[in-house]
Ligand binder design. Sequence first.
Ligand code: UD1
Length: 419
Amino acid sequence: MAKIVISGGVPLNGEVWISGAKNAVLPILAATLLADEPMSIGNVPHLHDVTTTMELLGQMGVQLVLDERMKIHVDSRQARHWVAPYDLVKTMRASILVLGPLVAKYGSADVSLPGGCAIGSRPVDQHIRGLQALGAKVSVENGYIRARADRLKGAHIVMDMVTVTGTENILMAATLARGTTVIENAAQEPEVVDLARCLLAMGAQISGIGTSTLVIDGVERLHGAHYEVQPDRIETGTFLVAGAITSGRVLAKRTRSDNMQAVLQKLEECGAEINTGADFIEIDMKGRRPRAVNIDTAPYPAFPTDMQAQFAALNCVAEGVGVITENVFENRFMHIQELQRLGADIRVDGARAIIHGVTEMTGAPIMATDLRASACLVLAGLVAKGDTSVDRVYHIDRGYECIEEKLSGLGARIRRLAN
Ligand code: UD1
């Protein structure tokens, strides 16, 4: 199994380009199922989850071509097999995103119950309840969600909790429903906004985009469009933390700062100087050790759970004590015991991790357990003294494009070993 080995202790210094957002491209690819005409999607990140999604759509009969400029040309007119099989869904929970489009467009979907990151139970009851409200008949049989419908009908749906993919599934389904759908307590994450903008480009009628109430007037059909995926705010944040944790300077290019305020505020609190422009963010620690920060995760616009593990790594070597409170997912502290193996001083108390910064961590073999946890371990390796080898890096390849090349470009001593 591939490993990443990092020889820590180098302050990062340089520029890095940011890829398209994983959590935006996955729903956008699912949305191509709704179109009556070919689509093209640009700024697609080269990620394992994108390959899995292409495989998933491909086995349904969708034709997909990835060109050399990382643009995907999609033609879903031949889609015939409206099934998302367990083998694909178990590796990527976001496969659930085909459920809404399939039932809305073809009236039939059989989607395996998802697997994905092992971060809590992560049920899909809100997806199912929303589709039922739109008139679909949904049952769970033999580990599959089986949804059937004639044309869906608009409905007023109040989500029990803020769910990103749940909102996206219902939003996509509602675009082709007869009449008006209102989704209250909708997720406001920038990736939901990106999906909604892509749907608008396809001819959907949606208002309230970026707010907690989405209003969708169903249309008869959606046409083809070209859409450029927004930059990845979580990848951006991860590279900024890489700058902070190494007391270095990192300029993230081809990104945006307007949807990253909570993360940028925390970086400033830890002592970073931040400079932003239309398409870049620069962080400069001026050689200083970071100060510990308290983090409370919550839905957007609050601090994202997908940046929690990276800030846990930062607190490990920061000055003072930082408390990380994870409010979105249970069981999202699996990186903590790996950080402890590097010498971090952390006590977990339920959903809180209390981290006393140490002046030095030391390299050790550690293991990635989920996508964002693996990024946190790489960050810790950048500052730990000696060699840190991170095992099970397939988790990182799901969500970070060329991470070792990008970090090497910033001066990190990092390499991948095949076995
Ligand atoms: C998405 C992101 C993931 C991010 C998460 C929270 C994608 C592909 N993934 O995951 O990176 O960490 O948002 O920002 O976009 N819940 C239920 N019932 C449901 C749905 C969710 O109880 O039907 C709960 C979950 O267990 C969790 C919370 O709601 O506690 C939020 O989860 P949700 O927003 O749905 O996460 P995902 O959409 O799976």
